[in-house]
Ligand binder design. Structure first.
Ligand code: NAP
Length: 282
């Protein structure tokens, strides 16, 4: 069945509404002599990671948020990376810290994440941030899960009582978005690479979140007519995890890639940096 009144969930519109609400807050901070500042930490020379970091820095600049780029060579040890993160923890001019991941093999990524001060953990990567999100009171939930929730909220798409199927269980995406949907009273099924008969489970979903890391993974015939489809995937060539054309035929609402979850993730990161500046600058 083809769904007629289909809504394309415009990530740029959602991002613009988040950023517009930050402008007066940034101006108020400026009156107090505070410029919100995001520090990004990039280890190694992965071109995609370098692009993501550059995009985040540019987004900060456009809004009047300062950004510091810390770039470390691929051979950096876990201890050296933790040392760099601790310096940023102690730097009063820095309000948010984002460690671009994945970090190169050989670094203990979890140990590095844990070194980030919870007050500056604007991407919710620490164990404490993750736990707070699961309890439903995190200051800074992971940005992509928060972006998915912001899209549902902006378009007033109902969550309570709906069956949400999340494909992916990573600590920065699948698990936290599952917790957020659960806290919003959805009935949640979280799927992963060992899930049996994934298409049959996705066919039960009112809300589908794809967070797999495989291009065009979700197929049109998996989508229940009228389901809402959110594609967190971002694969080389600007390709999502959802087969867009095929899934759009069945969905009542769907995010495109690009211009779906991606811009909202960046806007959420900016919002969290401003939130942190307000708290730390007080
Ligand atoms: P990840 O850490 O690699 O996790 C991928 C998840 O997908 C894992 O839980 C894995 O299961 C599951 N999976 C893999 N193959 C599967 C299969 N055949 N069937 C069912 N599940 C399968 O990736 P991630 O960091 O969560 O990222 C997911 C996607 O989101 C990527 O495309 C990434 O680029 C994108 N992303 C986008 C943004 C943004 O701002 N838009 C931000 C972050 C990530 P197992 O746990 O069993 O291995």
């Amino acid at each position: 069945m083809t769904y007629a009144n289909q809504l394309i969930l415009d990530g740029n519109a959602v991002a613009d509404s988040i950023k517009a609400r930050l402008e007066t807050r940034i101006a108020s901070l400026a009156e107090r002599g505070i410029t919100p500042c995001l520090a990004t930490v990039l280890v190694g020379d992965d071109p995609a990671s370098a692009t993501y970091v550059r995009m985040k820095g540019n987004a900060c600049r456009r809004l009047g948020i300062a950004s510091i780029r810390v770039e470390l060579p691929a051979g950096t040890t876990t201890e050296e990376l933790i040392g760099a993160l601790r310096k940023l923890n102690e730097d009063a001019s820095v309000h948010g810290i984002l460690l671009q991941h994945p970090v190169p093999h050989g670094i203990d990524e979890r140990a590095a994440f844990e070194a980030i001060d919870i007050r500056k953990d604007v991407d919710g990567v620490t164990t404490l941030g993750f736990a707070q999100n699961a309890f439903g009171f995190a200051d800074f939930p992971s940005c992509t899960p928060a972006a998915i929730m912001a899209i549902l909220d902006y378009y007033e798409l109902p969550i309570r009582g709906r069956h949400a199927v999340v494909i992916g269980r990573s600590p920065i995406l699948g698990k936290p978005v599952s917790a957020m949907l659960l806290n919003a009273d959805a009935t949640v099924t979280t799927c992963h690479s060992r899930t049996e008969d994934l298409p049959a489970i996705v066919r039960l979903a009112d809300i589908v979140v794809a967070a797999v890391g495989r291009p065009n993974f979700v197929r049109g015939d998996w989508i229940k007519p009228g389901a809402v489809v959110l594609d967190a995937g971002y694969n080389p060539g600007n390709v999502g995890d959802v087969g867009y054309e095929a899934c759009a035929r069945h969905a009542s609402a769907i995010t495109p890639v690009p211009a779906g979850v991606g811009p909202v993730t960046i806007a959420t990161l900016l919002k969290h940096t401003v939130d942190a500046a307000e708290k730390l600058g007080a």
